[in-house]
Design a protein around this ligand. Structure first.
Ligand SMILES: Cc1ncc(COP(=O)(O)O)c(C=O)c1O
Length: 366
């Protein structure tokens, strides 16, 4: 029994997922993506588990995230792909981080800073970072002229996950870029475009490496496939203790706006977790938690630091006590509601449910 809201992360599940994914994509290499506090799982501890599991690379968004990992002793190669204008890349040298760069300015800055190796990021249709096709000739020419100062260790792009046809279109553009680079005498040792969805579903997209985020945490990137279908184990369980119990009469309501009113006399449990902790306010009257061995509805609006659960009418065979622990989401194989259940209840995707969990919540690792 615990008295605090807790994010419990099963590092054994993280390692297991890496093993599964490695087999799926073999002989391609595996990068695990630990951006955004490792999708809410805790960046350093997750990176450590992935490193122990033998991943080839760790991916992060920016140098801040990369430096934090290095400072914590993570030694596996790290790739960082989003950079502020004016970034000097000196920290990339100091902390041995490989930047994926998107334009001539970044390439020049890397050469000036003495970054030994970069990956070139190509925009093949996502229109985020990455050089667009009309810029490739100049980008690649400059990369060739800077050889000796900075080497091209890889080429990357990112898929929109719109449809197999759209992915194939992007992949074709990417391979055009790889050939253009080869025409200039640069054979990048590592080519990578796939993340979880395409990495698991399309052998064509795997190329030299797959960058796994969601799947590495044991969540499914594929509609209609559960983590268990894919052999994955969700690593994160969010729990909260019951800190209040109350009886309400039929017609009485709970929380702001009284958006829920009891249809019959019932018991309510109060959990000290709310939208300040990253639980979507909209989940009120939609999501369920596991408490006292049963799935129970979250009723009324979710407040900043609390939510209410309907336990049902008095029932001597169904006792819930103060301090009992409710599972908001975890592993369906253990009977928990899932991240996907909460995503569906709130009209979002698994990614957002875990990534928005507040970094303030205590995390425990086993
Ligand atoms: C460039 C890049 N690669 C890989 C990933 C991992 O994606 P996923 O979590 O779908 O595996 C992300 C995350 O959005 C990303 O931005």
């Amino acid at each position: 029994m615990t008295q605090e809201v807790r994010v419990a992360v099963d590092t054994g599940a993280l390692r297991h997922n890496v093993e599964v994914l490695r087999r799926v994509v073999h002989p391609a290499r595996v990068m695990t993506v630990v951006k955004a506090n490792a999708y809410g799982h805790g960046a350093v501890e997750s990176a450590r588990a992935f490193e122990e599991a033998g991943v080839d690379w760790i991916g992060v968004v920016d140098l801040d995230e990369a430096v934090a990992l290095r400072r914590a002793g993570i030694s596996v190669p790290i790739l960082a792909w989003l950079h502020a204008p004016g970034e000097t890349f000196q920290r990339a040298v100091q902390f041995d981080v490989t930047p994926a760069i998107s334009d001539l300015a970044q390439l020049g800055a890397c050469a000036r800073a003495g970054v030994p190796v970069v990956h070139l990021c190509l925009d093949t249709g996502l229109s985020r970072n990455g050089a667009v096709e009309s810029e490739w000739a100049e980008f690649f020419d400059r990369a060739r002229s800077l050889r000796g100062a900075v080497e091209v260790g890889g080429v990357m792009s990112h898929l929109s996950n719109t449809s197999p046809a759209e992915d194939a279109h992007q992949l074709a553009a990417f391979l055009r870029g790889v050939r253009m680079l080869a025409d200039r005498g640069i054979t990048a040792p590592l080519q990578h475009i796939a993340a979880s969805a395409s990495g698991q579903s399309s052998s064509d997209a795997r190329l030299g490496m797959v960058r796994f985020g969601l799947s590495a945490y044991g969540l499914s990137p594929l509609a209609g496939r559960t983590p268990a279908d894919l052999g994955l184990r969700p690593a994160l369980t969010l729990t909260a203790p019951v800190i209040g119990l109350k009886r309400v009469l039929a017609g009485e309501g709970t929380s702001y706006g009284l958006t829920w009113r009891a249809e019959r006399d019932t018991r309510l449990a109060l959990l000290p977790v709310g939208y300040a902790d990253g639980i979507e306010r909209i989940a009120g009257n939609r999501a369920r938690v596991l408490l006292g061995g049963r799935l129970r509805p979250v009723v009324g609006r979710i407040a900043m630091n609390a939510l209410t659960v309907d336990l049902g009418p008095d029932d001597p065979t169904d006792a819930v006590a103060l301090g009992d622990e409710a599972v908001l989401f975890g592993d369906a194989e253990k009977g928990h509601p899932t991240v996907a259940d909460w995503a569906e209840a709130t009209g979002t995707i698994d990614y957002e449910v875990v990534a928005r969990l507040s970094a303030r919540l205590p995390r425990s690792y086993r």
